[in-house]
Design a protein around this ligand. Sequence first.
Ligand SMILES: Cc1cc2nc3c(=O)[nH]c(=O)nc-3n(C[C@H](O)[C@H](O)[C@H](O)COP(=O)(O)O)c2cc1C
Length: 184
Amino acid sequence: MKRILVGVFSETGNTMKIGEAIREEAKDLGSSVDLESVDSTDPAKLSDYDVAFIGSACHSSNVAQPVLDLLAKLPEKAGLRLAGFVTHSTWGPSDNAHRQSIHERWAGLCQATFEKACADKGIDFLGYFSCMGIPNPQIEAFIRDTIITDDADWIEYLKEVRQHPNDQDLRNVRAFARQAIGKL
Ligand SMILES: Cc1cc2nc3c(=O)[nH]c(=O)nc-3n(C[C@H](O)[C@H](O)[C@H](O)COP(=O)(O)O)c2cc1C
């Protein structure tokens, strides 16, 4: 039986929903799963698991501080495997150049942070998943004032972001988890 850790930093529940979907998929595949807050994730215990899925809300264009702290403490150990996931309130990757540039500026660093942390420590990185998540009112106001200032764009954006994470996101992350666990 495969042992899976899902460690999540989530303040308003979006990233936790994604973590819970990973847990459900892993259980359906017959794995044993521990789901916990990253605050209680002990880097020394990661080697007890076949893979650790580490999730974060996107804060200030990158993974949040508790996840940065955990990544900095990852042991240098051959055989460790990690996958990353993030929810962010700005647009996801897009064919639309304007939305894509917003994504890169405001959420693009997250994947690179996971990849670099794993590369630095010789950890096998099994992949990255991200999707939008509904912002809290303060972040919504910040995005309106600073990032999406055009009225028509704003209406379209708000309609979209308020739905996430949605059922499609949950199906997508379950497929991501299935694929990552299939690599073990
Ligand atoms: C302090 C703070 C900073 C944030 N910075 C960003 C950001 O730079 N880019 C972004 O796309 N979303 C940003 N967000 C929005 C969150 O990433 C988003 O709402 C996420 O889904 C929240 O996840 P949670 O419900 O798991 O906490 C920020 C949220 C907070 C509270």
